[in-house]
Design a protein around this ligand. Structure first.
Ligand SMILES: NC(=O)c1ccc[n+]([C@@H]2O[C@H](COP(=O)([O-])OP(=O)(O)OC[C@H]3O[C@@H](n4cnc5c(N)ncnc54)[C@H](OP(=O)(O)O)[C@@H]3O)[C@@H](O)[C@H]2O)c1
Length: 262
């Protein structure tokens, strides 16, 4: 039996085991996927090898650490320097980032997008910004504080903190902060955010499973909105296919996993 898991801290909330185990069932694959609470980043590689895993997903706060344990890293994960999917092959660890493409697939329902504003400057913001830019969408960033925006400036992204930003017109506004996850906070001051949303068409929150204050404000400004459920679904579908050399039908994996989310 092949073994897989998701590593994170906290990890209790993760529905990745349900998604992947349902897909194993759908294809009759002899495999099992569990969740592992990891106390520190330096135990990541040791735990992966000790558990004799064929592959794993890595969630907050270990995606940067996962980048560091891989023998080779592919695609957008190299730019973001964060890995959420590790696959073991011939005693080597290969790293990927499926959050980026998962997000991009999730916004396809919105139709044509020329420009976007990303709220937040953490790991998820990196994935979202690089995939938007790779696909020809002009993107700017707005973050609460200044420290983390230097990485983006170095990568030639127009990046601002609340103090030095003036609202502009964008098609899409994306919340990648954790504001609203366990509290009722907005990702930016209400007055500033309202000015931005008034001129936008679409709102996306990477948080899933609840209507965040950000999505409520988007709706009040008559934006077409989505939460992060499809992003979660697609990053899992893409990870599943990486675990198995892309040999399974993506549509069938999506159908199996969507059953869990609905
Ligand atoms: N749907 C999915 O599949 C998916 C995938 C990945 C992640 N996520 C979600 O994405 C979220 C962010 O994850 P992450 O790993 O990028 O986090 P992170 O690296 O810790 O980044 C957090 C960012 O949020 C900002 N922030 C935190 N609290 C804030 C507040 N109250 N007001 C304004 N800004 C605030 C921080 O600003 P400062 O720099 O000023 O501290 C920072 O820019 C989490 O909720 C996670 O669950 C969803």
């Amino acid at each position: 039996m092949k073994k897989f898991c998701v590593f994170g801290n906290p990890i209790e909330h993760s529905i990745s085991p349900k998604l992947h185990n349902e897909a194993f069932r759908a294809f009759g694959i002899d495999a099992n996927y569990t969740k592992i609470l990891l106390e520190s980043a330096d135990k990541l590689k040791e735990s992966f090898l000790k558990l004799k895993l064929s592959g794993a997903n890595i969630t907050v706060p270990y995606k940067e650490a996962a980048f560091g344990i891989c023998d080779e890293v592919f695609g957008i994960a190299r730019k973001i320097e964060a890995v959420n999917t590790v696959v073991q092959k011939n005693d080597k660890l290969f790293g990927f980032n499926t959050d980026a493409l998962g997000f991009f697939k999730a916004i396809q329902d919105f139709g044509n997008i020329q420009n976007a504003l990303v709220l937040g400057a953490g790991g998820t913001a990196k994935a979202v910004i690089f995939i938007l830019r790779e696909n020809g969408i002009h993107v700017e960033l707005l973050n609460r504080s200044k420290d983390r925006i230097e990485f983006f400036k170095k990568n030639k992204i127009n990046a601002f903190s609340w103090d030095d930003y003036s609202p502009k017109k964008y098609d899409l506004i994306i919340n990648t902060t954790s504001a609203g996850l366990k509290d009722e906070n907005l990702p930016a001051p209400k007055e500033l955010l309202s000015q931005i949303l008034r001129n936008a068409k679409f709102g996306f929150d990477v948080i899933y499973g609840k209507k965040t204050p950000f999505l409520t404000l988007c709706e009040e400004n008559i934006l077409t909105c989505k939460d992060g459920a499809d992003m979660l679904l697609y990053q899992a579908v893409l990870a599943f296919n990486l675990f198995f050399d892309n040999k399974y039908d993506e549509k069938k994996i999506t159908e199996a996993m969507r059953k869990i989310l609905s």
